[in-house]
Design a protein around this ligand. Structure first.
Ligand code: BEZ
Length: 212
């Protein structure tokens, strides 16, 4: 069964490169990114995991833990970690889940049988403090993900969780945002003291509200 936005992220216990964890306990009250990769000792996956390790401090700044998963066994994950460091210069600094019986992959619908009967696709789940799924992405094995985009999305998710705003196409942290249509002009004046510009009655932009 596919995981949809707003669903509670399935809980699980698993062996990881950082030891055994219970997912919800490990995640705590912060945000998390759970992402799958198809297979250990494969080229694109090696670059992806090195990239996430390099960006770990950016996820930390956003109170967001990252955790990877594949259906390979824990011994493979541990051996592969050396290659990731060799190739990318970044040592694995977040846990990788071993899911050899595919129980977690199946519960998150990470195996798409028409793509591969055995390997996980490149799934991403961003999970909020309330353990519900805020964003899902699915990429094929052949296409490595853009993790800067993931950080950008987390900025939007965290901002829009706290303010009655939405972010426009290609928005980046610090740029103007859109006041959601459900807020009247009268309320918008109170909620957004920096003011707003109405480009259309339904498209009102205001400076990012959580910045000085
Ligand atoms: C890769 O990570 O390079 C990869 C994994 C599975 C299939 C194709 C590519």
């Amino acid at each position: 069964m596919a995981i949809r936005l707003g669903d509670v992220a399935p809980d699980f216990s698993a062996d990881t490169t950082d030891g055994r964890i219970n997912f919800h306990e490990w995640k705590g009250n912060g945000w998390a990114v759970l992402f799958s990769h198809p297979k250990d000792f494969t080229p694109v996956c090696t670059t992806e995991l090195g990239t996430v390790a390099r960006l770990k401090s950016e996820f930390d700044k956003r109170n967001t833990k990252v955790i990877g998963l594949s259906v390979d066994p824990i011994e493979d994950h541990k051996r592969w970690a050396g290659d990731i460091k060799d190739v990318t210069g970044s040592a694995l600094n977040f846990p990788l889940i071993a899911d050899p019986d595919r129980a977690i992959a199946l519960s998150y619908d990470m195996i798409h049988p028409n793509a591969s009967a055995t390997a996980t696709v490149r799934s991403v789940f961003v999970i909020g403090p309330d353990n519900t799924v805020k964003l899902t992405l699915t990429y094929p094995a052949s296409t490595g993900r853009n993790f800067d985009e993931l950080l950008r999305v987390i900025d939007s998710l965290q901002l829009t969780a706290n303010y009655s705003v939405a972010t426009p196409a290609d928005w980046k942290y610090g740029e103007d945002v859109i006041i959601v249509p459900a807020v009247s002009d009268e309320d918008a004046k109170k909620k957004f003291p920096k003011g707003f510009t109405a480009k259309k009655p339904y498209l009102r932009v205001t400076p990012q509200p959580d910045r000085p």
